[in-house]
Design a protein around this ligand. Structure first.
Ligand SMILES: Nc1ncnc2c1ncn2[C@@H]1O[C@H](COP(=O)(O)OP(=O)(O)O)[C@@H](O)[C@H]1O
Ligand SMILES: N[C@@H](CCC(=O)OP(=O)(O)O)C(=O)O
Length: 373
């Protein structure tokens, strides 16, 4: 038997916990080999790697036990280049390029930075590189930090519209109780709904190396699941840690609550569109209704002021609301390129960004399933 969700996943975020990073080269080599194999099957893969603090702490010879925030930040500054170096050399044996992307909480909470980060990650994937994401621990302070990479990985999964989030850990999945305390507690392979019973099973990190334990993994699964992304928790030190997830008796699989498109579109329809609007011609209007992007050539006029990343109203020639969408250009630039073919638009602006003024993924057509009003 196969897990259909694994086979169907087109975009996968793989998160590696700190304990695995220290488990030795063979573990990293096996993860890398699986990622390269999945990429060979056309999957888009983003790696979220913990381990900066753990590696830096060892290199600096800091004592065991709790570190102050400043010590953690210093350890991360030492450990982050070591971490990227480990992945870089492992991927280099497969002639695969890696890229470092350090995120902070405000990047994923601010829609404009969110779109920028998404565009960069998407370009890296298009270019065949594997993005390696971590939190920018050195500059993040307590109030503005994720603190644990399970949640960061779930936000990255939402960011790139992933359909699967894999949390690789030092444990083979969720058990009915922490196996360090209750060695016989059975593993749970399929979770349809995350309720209080499931939450109650999850304990803290068993070692001083990891952060958050199973609790933050369940939270991550909830966050990702709300956007239609499945989550798998599995043992990262297995022979084929990712490919083995195709088997239903392997790891814990959290089925998502909704579909990806609906969730993203719910987010858009939930944003209050202020003054900004564009009027579009009939051809563009019927393209939108068929699920296509809004290209500058179909835009007749631009109303009001808005920034890139804001949700604007998309109106027909008669002023009727056709859709809402997140614009890839601010109002001034949108005015410059209104009515232009996409190739001319780049020349007129003096820079090239998205060919679409509003990408299809960022449009909710009025009165459709995604439109909650
Ligand atoms: N119900 C549970 N099932 C499995 N593991 C659990 C459970 N509750 C707590 N844990 C602990 O969570 C640990 C994994 O979390 P953590 O140490 O934060 O790992 P990582 O570094 O991979 O994020 C396990 O080693 C285990 O001791
Ligand atoms: N950004 C931190 C990650 C902290 C963290 O969440 O660790 P883990 O629980 O091992 O995934 C680091 O690189 O050390």
């Amino acid at each position: 038997m196969m897990r259909p969700g694994f086979d169907a996943a087109r975009c996968i975020v793989v998160k590696v916990g700190s304990s695995l990073l220290q488990a030795g080269d063979a573990v990293i080599a096996a993860i890398v080999s699986d990622i390269v194999a999945l990429r060979g099957r056309g999957r888009r893969i983003i790696l979220v790697s913990s381990g900066a603090v753990a590696l830096g702490r060892t290199r600096l010879g800091l004592p065991a036990g709790d570190l102050s925030l400043e010590q953690k930040q210093a350890a991360a500054a030492v450990g982050q280049p070591l971490l990227v170096g480990l992945w870089e050399s492992a991927f280099a044996t497969h002639q695969t390029v890696t890229a470092q992307a350090l995120l902070t909480l405000d990047v994923t909470e601010n829609r404009r930075s969110w779109l920028n980060a998404r565009a960069t990650l998407s370009t890296l994937l298009d270019l065949g590189a594997i993005p390696i994401v971590n939190e920018n621990d050195t500059i993040a302070t307590d109030e503005i930090r994720y603190g644990d990479n399970d949640r960061l990985a779930a936000r990255v999964a939402q960011l790139v519209g992933a359909d699967l989030l894999v949390l690789l850990s030092d444990i083979d999945g969720l058990h009915e109780a922490d196996p360090r305390l209750a060695p016989d507690a059975p593993a749970i392979h399929d979770i349809d709904v995350i309720d209080d019973r499931i939450r109650a099973m999850a304990g803290d990190a068993g070692t001083g190396v990891g952060t958050g334990g199973m609790r933050t993994k369940i939270l991550a699964a909830e966050l990702a699941g709300g956007s239609g992304c499945a989550t798998a928790i599995t043992l990262g030190s297995a022979d084929t840690p990712l490919l083995a997830l195709a088997r239903p008796d392997h790891g814990s699989w959290f089925h998502p609550a909704g579909t990806s498109a609906n969730a993203r579109k719910r987010w858009i329809s939930g944003v209050v569109s202020r003054n900004g609007a564009v009027r579009i011609d009939d051809g563009a209007a019927s393209a939108l209704v068929q699920g296509k992007s809004l290209l500058p050539v179909g835009v007749q006029s631009v109303e009001g002021q808005f920034e890139r990343g804001e949700t604007i109203r998309i109106l027909g020639q008669d002023g009727r609301l056709i859709a809402r969408g997140v614009t890839a250009y601010n109002a001034d630039d949108a005015r410059l390129i209104a009515g232009c073919r996409s190739d001319l638009a780049g020349r007129r602006l003096g820079y090239r960004r998205s060919a679409a003024l509003v990408h299809a993924d960022d449009i909710v057509v009025a009165g459709t399933a995604g439109d909650e009003r």
